[in-house]
Design a protein around this ligand. Sequence first.
Ligand code: PBG
Ligand code: ZN
Length: 322
Amino acid sequence: MKRFRRLRASEQLRRFVRETHIPKSCLIYPIFVEEGENIRLPIASMPDIFRYSVDRLDEIMQKVYHSGIAGVLLFGIPKHKDEKASSAYDDNGVTQQAIRYIKKNYPDLLIIADVCLCEYTNHGHCGIVCEGKILNDETLPLLAKTAVSFARAGADIIAPSDMMDGRVAYLRHALDEQHFEDIPIMAYSAKFASGYYAPFRDAAESAPSFGDRKTYQMDYANGREALREIADDIAEGSDIVIVKPALAYLDILSQARQRFDLPLAAYNVSGEYSMIKAAAQNGWIDEKRIVLENLTAIRRAGADIIITYHALDAAQWLEEEI
Ligand code: PBG
Ligand code: ZN
């Protein structure tokens, strides 16, 4: 008889043969920055997540800094929204101000800037809209201006999440032209049109005012297409690729891990977070156990990097485990 239980007999043995670990250095924490002053606004659908104005960013950045995680993913929420998303590429925009502030005060943390137009457009779509259609090629120059403006402000990594075709090559070219050839691109390559983004759209005020995102984000039924999207973003010059959401898409992560060699990130999205918080608040699950189990599963599937709203709690819990 094969006695598998031999190596499960004590915590020391289990730890000794454990295959998957979560280093704090792989965790990224998303932060919402709102234009204005003295803001710390709770997000109703995301317990323990707040929107901060730049003057109060320290309250959360101190925690990020002391947690030992790798860095933050920034989402800006401007006061002014229009058809052309002009606040996105305004060098004095809220996201640029946040980047400059964090760069100056927390130079050891990685600043990843999410590049998309949906928080900045008055219709909430991720690109330019004409007669109800989301235009691809007309959107690219605006994304490029945004990426360059974020890089100029001090972003360490540019993360396009818009899902327009050809944007990685376009952004790479624009960044290189402005002498940001050393700024990596971390593309949301396999980003699915998902119901799991609902709480985020509350947080970022970025819900589309008409229609949905299905003409640009992927159909969640399509696994092979996800691999083609990833292969294409790599060919266009992406340095890191993201699969999003994470938990219902572990098959995609696992296949991408086997097929591609570059760093792979998973975005453990808002809906995945809020479901756990809701169940935990009801006493139905043990939050710490569930979160560590989920994050371990994401790593086991093949993610090198995990973007998660649980990052600060997880960093604390991982410390306790050691
Ligand atoms: C914007 C963007 C979204 C998310 C990250 N960037 C929302 C969307 O595509 O509607 C989702 C993140 C989350 O749900 O946590 N393009
Ligand atoms: Zn968007």
